[in-house]
Design a protein around this ligand. Structure first.
Ligand code: WTA
Length: 660
């Protein structure tokens, strides 16, 4: 790790914005000065300029009950009205909101007027199903316009959505439905991926029947969009087709104002324990920061740009930069259902040419995968419409950054590396494309209005040239407001390490990432410092995968590590001890295949280990803690490091011998 850090910090290439780009940029350098002079006043201005308030707020931040923040608390707004109606009322109803392309090649372009009408119908349908302000609605959909419509309809009536990524298993869906006591599930028969239909409705059926087995389910209805045309089972009275229910509903629906702190959504993310946390976001502050960052970081010109964020709505990036940011700003965007290489490896580039995409926002994993397949695919298409490129989800290595700029951006487009998290709600650290001189590999500077720092274990600032723990030092509008149903865990996880005794208002937010400050004070994010892995830009918990493994009857014990991987950043590697009786019953290859499938079934295919090593021992300290560091050495094919603190110093020898 330290070698990588050193080589990163020797990255000397600099890319200042061109004079031409800077001249037309929406963000001017005085944005930094304004935010510095009066941070709260700056955010109040952003909230007023970027959003419509039914009732204007008078107070910007209430931090008296830290770390439970209230932003713009006496103001009232409607999130969906801000993303829809007001653009229509401003005369932009004919502007395309979403160009959608299905994987098989079918497409729809939906204007703001049409999207508003669809959301109004859906809002009426939800109300007719008894969904009220504050009720939770689970959304388990492929990347189709109905995903955005469903989220906005829930927001419009003041209810709370919990989007569950369509790649998650029935079991993951069940635990999320249960944790939030969802009343309604919105799903589809199936969606398209890699040239095939993947079913979704059957996972909902499985989730609800296993939930009912353990007690009564809170789910009253399942609303099903027809997309895959695959066969589905039907529970009369509970299940309803979207086309019968929503499309027949009235298109008249007046958006009611809700207070700024009305909960907007819960999104589950992996933490250091086996149980995912339901991160809670509210309305006014979240939408303010989504709109502000989307406008300034991507240099959005809503009349002419075509924005494309490739994330699935099941992740926070899809919430903030497919749904809320772009729609609050009245932008035109592309939404694509399928995988980048279906039916051919140039599909993304073909879409960029077809729709004239000007801003592309994606993950380093995707870029590295494209580098591997070769530049000949993007070079077949006209990508000259692109003018800003963004990266998110994991550290981007300078080589991928340069390839992105050169091959996709024609050697000219600015690249912004944006650091943020499910918890931060919106981008926190990023270059501004018309202002910052870009450094490949560094997320660089906190945005105007955001304050971050890097501290050592004792809470002292490390200063330029050093590494430590990344913290956010001041509350920010899109910050998480809590963990659903678990205020204690919220405080413990994020706010206790640096709580500077006696002054709760001086608590700092612990991000869970390691970072270095270079000699200019720019931030280089190095990755998680806890038991969270980052696989293809998706967060996975080692503990969660370990519990999935030990839930299988053939497993006695399991340890999981994130091993570095050229394409996916990290990959899941598991070390498993089988139960004594099982050892003879199947070969290690068979056991490993069974367990890889089991993890995919328990959590989802994204968590399926790349490799499972069947071992007879695990390296433990005298106090019984598994030393993952040593397992990571094995997984990454390195010489095993210092083993002197092991209870049994022979263990690593036994493991490596066995794996030879
Ligand atoms: C990592 C995704 C380096 C980081 C928006 C963080 C990054 C976790 C970057 C959050 C970046 C995100 N450079 N690392 N630009 N962006 N990360 O919650 O480890 O899915 O803590 O949110 O991704 O992942 P999450």
């Amino acid at each position: 790790m330290s070698e990588t850090i050193d080589s990163l910090l020797h990255e000397e290439r600099r890319f200042p914005p061109s004079a031409e780009f800077a001249a037309q940029a929406v963000a001017k350098p005085d944005l930094y000065d304004k935010a510095k002079d009066d941070r709260l006043g700056f955010w109040a201005d952003q909230a007023r300029e970027l959003l419509h308030w039914h009732t204007p707020f008078t107070e910007t931040l209430d931090w008296n009950n830290a770390p439970f923040a209230r932003w713009f608390a006496d103001g009232q707004l409607n999130v969906a009205y801000n993303c829809l109606d007001r653009h229509v009322l401003a005369g932009n109803g004919d502007r395309v909101a979403i160009h959608w392309e299905g994987e098989p090649g079918d497409s729809r372009s939906i204007t703001y007027a049409q999207l508003t009408e669809e959301v109004k119908k859906a809002a009426n349908a939800l109300e007719a199903l008894g969904i009220r302000r504050g009720d939770r609605v689970a959304i388990y959909l492929p990347m189709i316009p109905e995903a955005a419509i469903a989220m906005l309809a829930v927001a419009r009536i003041g209810a709370v959505h919990s989007v569950v990524f369509g790649g998650f298993s029935a079991e993951s869906l069940r635990s999320r439905i249960e944790d939030a006591s969802a009343k309604l599930v919105i799903t589809a028969d199936g969606g398209w991926r890699k040239g095939k239909v993947f079913p979704l409705k059957n996972a909902v059926d499985a989730a609800l029947s296993s939930q009912a087995a353990g007690g009564a389910t809170t789910v009253e209805h399942v609303l099903v969009v027809k997309r895959g045309e695959n066969e589905v089972d039907w529970t009369d009275g509970r299940d309803l087709w979207w086309h019968d229910t929503v499309e027949t509903a009235s298109a008249e629906h007046e958006a009611q104002p809700f207070e700024a702190e009305n909960p907007l959504f819960i999104l589950y993310t992996s933490g250091t324990t086996g149980k995912p946390k339901g991160i809670l976001h509210t309305s006014g502050g979240y939408l303010t920061q989504c709109a502000y960052t989307h406008k300034n970081v991507f240099d959005l010109h809503p009349e002419s740009d075509v924005f494309w964020c490739t994330a699935d709505v099941g992740w926070v990036t899809g919430h903030s930069y497919v749904v809320y940011g772009p729609l609050a700003n009245g932008a035109t965007q592309l939404m694509y259902e399928g995988t980048p290489d279906t039916p051919h490896p140039g599909r993304w580039w073909e879409l960029i040419e077809k729709y004239g995409v000007t801003i592309l926002y994606t993950a380093p994993t995707a870029i590295r995968a494209f580098m591997k397949t070769g530049r000949e695919y993007p070079q077949k298409f006209d990508l000259s419409s692109l003018r800003v490129l963004g990266s998110v989800g994991e550290p981007i290595n300078p080589e991928a950054w340069i390839w992105y700029r050169d091959i996709i951006g024609g050697g000219e487009t600015p690249v912004v590396d944006t650091w943020w998290q499910t918890e931060t709600g919106a981008i926190m650290v990023s270059a501004l494309p018309g202002i910052t001189s870009a450094k490949p590999g560094s997320a660089q500077v906190p945005l105007p209005g955001i304050s971050v720092d890097v501290l050592d274990e004792t809470g002292a600032r490390v200063g330029n040239g050093n590494g430590g723990l990344l913290v956010v030092t001041e509350p920010w509008p899109a910050m998480l407001r809590g963990i659903w149903g678990d205020p204690e865990r919220f405080i413990e996880t994020y706010w206790e390490k640096f709580d500077f005794e006696g002054s709760p208002q001086r608590r700092m937010y612990l991000a869970g990432d390691g970072a270095r400050l270079d000699s200019d004070g720019d931030v280089w994010v190095m990755g998680r410092v806890d038991d969270v892995m980052n696989v293809s830009g998706h967060r996975l918990s080692t503990m969660e995968i370990e519990s999935a493994l030990v839930s299988h009857p053939i497993v006695a014990e399991a340890a999981v590590v994130g091993a570095s991987d050229d394409t996916t950043g990290q990959a899941v590697v598991a070390f498993v001890i089988l139960r004594a009786k099982q050892e003879a019953a199947q070969t290690p290859e068979e056991a490993s295949a069974i367990l890889r499938a089991h993890v995919a079934e328990q959590i989802g295919a994204i968590a399926r280990p790349r490799q499972i090593f069947i071992v007879t021992e695990l390296p433990k300290t005298r106090s019984g803690k598994i030393m993952r560091r040593l397992l990571r050495d094995v997984a990454e094919g390195r010489e095993v490091g210092d083993t002197t603190t092991l209870a049994d110093t022979q263990v690593m020898q036994i493991i490596t011998e066995k794996l030879k």
